[in-house]
Design a protein around this ligand. Sequence first.
Ligand SMILES: Cc1ncc(C[n+]2csc(CCOP(=O)(O)OP(=O)(O)O)c2C)c(N)n1
Ligand SMILES: [Mg+2]
Length: 374
Amino acid sequence: MATDTARSATATATATASEPGGEHEHLQRSDRVALLRAMLLMRGIEERAMSLYRQGKVPGSFYDGYGQEAVSAGAAFAMAPADRLCVLHRDLAAHLIRGVTPVRILAQYMGRVGGITAGRDGNVHFGDRRLGCVGMISMLPDMMLVATGMAMAFRLRGERRCALTWVGDGATSRGDFHEALNWAAVQSLPVIFVLENNQYAYSTPTDQQFAVDPVQRASAYGFPGVVVDGNDVEAVFDATRRARERALAAEGPTLIEAVTMRMHGHAAHDDMRYVPEALLAHWRERDPIARQERRLVELGVDVAELRADVAREIEAGTEQALAMAMPDPATATDGVFCTGEAEPLGDGEAPWSGFRSTAGGRAATVREPGASDA
Ligand SMILES: Cc1ncc(C[n+]2csc(CCOP(=O)(O)OP(=O)(O)O)c2C)c(N)n1
Ligand SMILES: [Mg+2]
């Protein structure tokens, strides 16, 4: 069964750079706390939003990434301000790391004016372009083509930047997946594909999705595919940091398969009766937040205080979002067409301490004179 293949691959290929209490070559203590904080915020916001959904305050349905927090947190943390991110529906921590505040996310879910799309879309198709994030395209995995296109623009302009997108296991069966891998490889583009293998695509398990682990397709196109423990945030960070270095050195793309588990249904309506309880029990033992907490407790971090702080921030954000107005219907078509100058994508926040030096961060971004933004 492909699920078993993926699991055993995790066991052999996990690139965990540190054990509980150990030093990390690239992460300072504050970085490691920031990673946990992003995951706690993601989980807490999504849990709060799910209860708001059940109270009828979140329209449509609700999608979350419970149990997968390390995949978006670890990958986004390795990206510099001028890099660009195409964020998917289970990757909330990426938005948080780029600088989107909890109140804006909660307002987004509830369709309020203060949301990222100001009430124009629901709980997955958003991205703050001012923070270098591209709003999700629903057709899967079209974000791979968008990221590949942005990477091509960087290359053509001679810019030292990188694009990253996440992609689900189910989306690997679409033709666009292959087109993106092929073009990125042929052109040796600075793009990173993070394959978020959460064992299911809606109700389809991976053994009905592919006969060969899709990470192996990377070598068929001529570039490395790396398997990483998707429930270890520091391992995901490490794999992404290396992939970014490769991309900036003009060595081309990397496909990172982050092996994880979708611990909730596809969306709020899905009771996921089709998922064997033993599989959930297996992954419950590998919770990414509990894992990072164990590391930080060993380092003497007051995790309880961090949790309390995150809970306060989410409660304050919820109150503020609930107090916001719904958008004025008369503004519904605002922003559909570009009027005047097009606003380029802006840079995002990049809290990793590695970007505070000149190596790899904003200061290292080489821009050609007169180059426009992507
Ligand atoms: C081309 C396309 N077909 C169908 C859908 C409907 N759909 C949305 S999410 C989803 C499951 C995707 O599974 P996967 O890629 O594994 O991502 P996950 O939801 O597990 O994170 C489907 C079928 C879609 N968005 N795009
Ligand atoms: Mg999936």
